[in-house]
Design a protein around this ligand. Structure first.
Ligand SMILES: [Zn+2]
Length: 145
């Protein structure tokens, strides 16, 4: 079987694909994309098939919007079974990514999520997404694993 490879797509193009897939703009979608892009680079992963993501998150929106950003950026999908959601009552969203013998562990901390809420309340979810984009990779934390 021949697999596609995730190539380094400009973030703007990835964002367009993600909004098309997800249906709306939002800071959690941005966070999922940023984490996915980082994961592919950090693990030298080809995406789609050589990667497994385990995501711990409250099992409802807006938290789960992260899942769509991760799917679009990594090619891991619920259909292929290489992304799984572990429902959590903690607001920290944690992502463990495994590629062969390598792994990275990322967190979307609750203090960043608090900013998402403030920005959304003060302006709009679209503006909150723009501000989230300006955080770059500072949107997530890297944990030891
Ligand atoms: Zn959403």
């Amino acid at each position: 079987m021949k697999w596609l490879e995730k190539k380094s797509i400009p973030f703007e193009d990835l964002w367009e694909k993600a909004v098309d897939f997800h249906g709306h703009e939002g800071p959690y979608l941005v966070a999922g994309l940023r984490m996915g892009v980082y994961i592919l680079q950090a693990l030298s992963s080809r995406g789609y098939s050589d990667l497994k993501l385990i995501v711990e998150s409250p099992p409802f929106t807006p938290y789960t919007c992260v899942l769509d950003g991760l799917q679009v950026s990594t090619g891991c999908t619920f259909g292929k079974g290489n992304i799984v959601l572990v429902p959590s009552i903690s607001k920290d969203i944690r992502v463990l990514a495994i590629c062969g013998g390598k792994r990275v562990f990322l967190t979307l901390p609750s203090d960043i999520q608090e900013k998402f809420r403030e920005w959304t309340d003060e302006t709009s979810v679209e503006e909150a997404a723009q501000r989230a984009m300006e955080l770059g990779e500072g949107i997530f934390s890297l944990e030891a694993c």
